[in-house]
Design a protein. Structure first.
Length: 198
């Protein structure tokens, strides 16, 4: 059974991304200014993809925190209620996905608080996740270039435009990573807590 976060990614978030891709296809192909308009729509679609993936990651992290806190069963003296109230703040304090991009470094920083190496686990589970991780890095480089209108990054190799096919490739990578993150965190929390988190 998928997490609520993955279910939302596969429904609500998917519809939003589908609409953007469909909208891109409706932009005319000829005429003055069309090339510029198509590029603006392509860049906007890349930004939407990154923001939707960031929303998924934030949702999943919160869902993991909730599952972890619900599974806390302190032995001996102590107030489980107090512990359950204090724990979320520790997991959420300085959460990178709140203010930073959903890049592998930030995601690792947030999810590794659960006592695992997120991307190492995902790559061990499926070697394709290494390529997906690389594509996520690429998406985030472009997200920053577009968002800050700064295309002078060495990673861009002098480019200032992207193609809709690149956005589709990044989307496919995000879809694979979302499923992998859901699975790895499910199995890790199950092993820690002895009960399925979702």
């Amino acid at each position: 059974m998928p997490s609520r976060s993955l279910t939302k990614w596969n429904t609500t978030r998917k519809k939003s991304l589908d609409s953007a891709i469909t909208g891109h296809g409706k932009v005319g192909k000829k005429g003055e200014g069309i090339v510029l308009v198509r590029q603006q729509v392509t860049q906007g679609t890349a930004m939407l993809l990154s923001s939707q993936f960031q929303g998924f990651c934030r949702d999943l992290h919160s869902e993991c925190v909730d599952a972890f806190v619900a599974g806390v069963n302190p032995g001996g003296a102590g107030d489980a209620g107090t512990l359950r109230t204090a724990l979320p703040a520790e997991f959420l304090m300085g959460r990178k996905v709140e203010t930073g991009n959903p890049n592998p470094g930030n995601l690792g920083s947030d999810f590794n608080r659960f006592g695992l190496k997120l991307f190492a686990e995902m790559i061990t589970a499926d070697a394709l996740n290494q390529d997906r991780k690389d594509l996520l890095e690429e998406l985030n480089v472009w997200r920053n270039a577009i968002g800050h209108q700064d295309f002078n990054k060495p990673e861009l190799n002098g480019r200032t435009t992207i193609t809709i096919q690149e956005v589709k490739d990044w989307r496919e990578a995000c879809e694979g990573l979302a499923t992998a993150m859901d699975s790895v965190m499910h199995d890790h929390l199950l092993a820690m807590l002895g009960v399925a988190p979702w």
